[in-house]
Write a protein that binds this ligand. Sequence first.
Ligand code: GLA
Length: 391
Amino acid sequence: RIMFEHIRSQFSETFGDDNGVQVIMAPGRVNLIGEYTDFNEGFVFPMTVDRGVYVGIRARTDTQVRVFSSRFGELIEYQLDKLEQPDSGHWSCYVLGVVEELRVLGLVPHGFDAVIDGNLNLGAGLSSSAALETATALALQTLFGFDMSRVDVATLCQRIEHRYAGVMCGIMDQFASGLGRSDHALLLDCRTLSHVNIPVNLDDHRIVIISSEVKRELASSAYNERRAQCDEGVALFKQYDPTIASLRDVTPDLFDAYGDQLSEVVFRRCRHVITENARVLDASAALAVGELVQFGRLMTASHHSLKEDFEVSCDELDCLVDIANCTKGVLGSRMTGAGFGGCTVTLIHMDAIETLRANLLPYTERFGLNPEMFVLQGNLEAGEVWGTYST
Ligand code: GLA
């Protein structure tokens, strides 16, 4: 509601009035477990958060496109068929990339005015860019009424990340943003894209997200490097079994039999992916039947694997996870998302939340950073946002 009013007033301020503006939201996500498994055709288990990206949009009759980012205080204007590719990493590359992909498909018949804002921290590891892409695509779909499934929206948005932002990401973030449901986490098979929404019943426990406040500077090169290392692993196992298409297909037995032929680094990268896939299946099954202790154990095991084997954690994330695990009432904790900074996710008894908050003080003393901690209060679903009109 607050964001709805806010977007409309921003729209009036920027474009004169807010008559006929539609508001569309796509949430960020927190990955509960299943890191770096998506581009290996494995399993992931994310859920949406209670914050997201909001787009206020209205059609024009000409081919002018005007997009205003409230967050950056910047207005971009161009003619629909004359896009100059924006710098990768600039906020507009995600938005205009989506517009361009849809235009090429013949789905954007004319121009529009749009205002974008959100309450998701940028670069915090909660997939603000996936939420931005998804919100843009769904806004254009609402405006022009074209037929496209949410799964196709997710793959289109993933392509934007590859083509416009230069990150060879998997499908998890865009899928979670567009298809995640309130009160559920999404178990996704990244090979077939089949997915199940699993109810999140936490009883007296809560999911807490803590931002390390470390920005992920080197993330895209390190990310693409990890991807190449996984491919290297696949190439070896393929020699022994030609049906192997990805690390998803490498069984623990096969890994034990031939893994020692890999370089030491690639060995560890593969071991992470193979064990993480098993953890995702165990963890989602545990959550489905309310076995929270087991779920928490698997979260912490995932963190260790990401730290030691996949090497995408950092001192700050490790410190946050250690603090959580030393707090009575915490069932498990791990880094979430691509790593190298960003957030941790923790499963904790509600009575222990304030103790955990107090326990973060040494983190601030050690790193000079003030971690933001928030308790997930429900979670959002992507779609049009309605408010009451007074006109
Ligand atoms: C980023 C990517 C995802 C996924 C995670 C790691 O969030 O966008 O596709 O690979 O990292 O699990």
